[in-house]
Write a protein that binds this ligand. Structure first.
Ligand code: CA
Length: 222
């Protein structure tokens, strides 16, 4: 198993690498935002341990990139920024867990184990919410057993929202999930996809809430 540790404090990075290696976990150490960004483009990781204050950026800004990957992996933020607001910011931003520095290595290992036990978000198991069922393997959507045909981009929006159901999905993460790097993104096209989807999902008992200035949240209405 290979994980990415994004940490600019060299000593802490080395210590984590050694501690994880004792549990047969291979660690790539990224000492900066830029190195982490590159590593994420080159490799698949089972998990990411993410520092926030990096010399060249805020670690949380990597979350949309991690979420937009074909196989999103769990992220645990490890940071001295540990007020309630800062933790909420991290979790709402897409982190799966948040551990305050200073921390006990054993606790980090325990939390990593817990995250890795969770079924991977990339797994092909069907996702059910309200009266809707999404089958990732066949890219099919059903509402109470009847097929719902969706254009490709609406399906991508739905999938991204479903995988984070009940949580706010950052607008940029959604755009990353829906558009390729070469696509021209009209400023309102994501909103147009969402509003069409919102109408189509109503019979499934699902609501898409707009969180102004942040993104969208999908949840069952009852
Ligand atoms: Ca740091």
């Amino acid at each position: 198993m290979r994980i990415l540790v994004v940490e600019d404090e060299a000593e802490l990075g080395r210590m984590l690498g050694a501690a994880l290696a004792r549990h047969d976990i291979l660690v790539d150490l990224a000492p900066s935002f830029a190195v982490a960004e590159e590593a994420l483009q080159l490799h698949d990781y089972a998990a990411v341990v993410l520092d926030r204050t990096l010399p060249d950026g805020e670690g949380l800004d990597l979350l949309p990139l991690i979420r937009a990957r074909p196989a999103p992996c769990p992220v645990i933020v490890l940071s001295a920024l540990s007020s309630v607001d800062q933790r909420v910011e991290g979790l709402d931003g897409g982190a799966d867990d948040y551990l305050a520095k200073p921390f006990a290595t054993d606790e980090l290992l325990a939390r990593l184990r817990a995250l890795l036990r969770r079924p991977s978000l990339a797994e092909s198991e069907a996702i059910e919410l309200g009266r809707l069922r999404f089958q990732p393997e066949h890219r099919s959507v059903e509402i109470e057993g009847s097929a719902l045909e969706l254009p490709r981009r609406e399906l991508l929006v739905l999938e991204a929202l479903l995988r984070r159901a009940g949580r706010v999905v950052d607008r940029r993460a959604l755009e990353d999930a829906v558009y390729g790097y070469d696509d021209e993104i009209a400023s309102n096209s994501l909103d147009a996809h969402v509003s069409r989807l919102r109408r189509k999902l109503a019979p499934a008992g699902l609501e898409i809430h707009t969180i102004r200035g942040v993104g969208y949240l999908l949840r069952a209405s009852e």
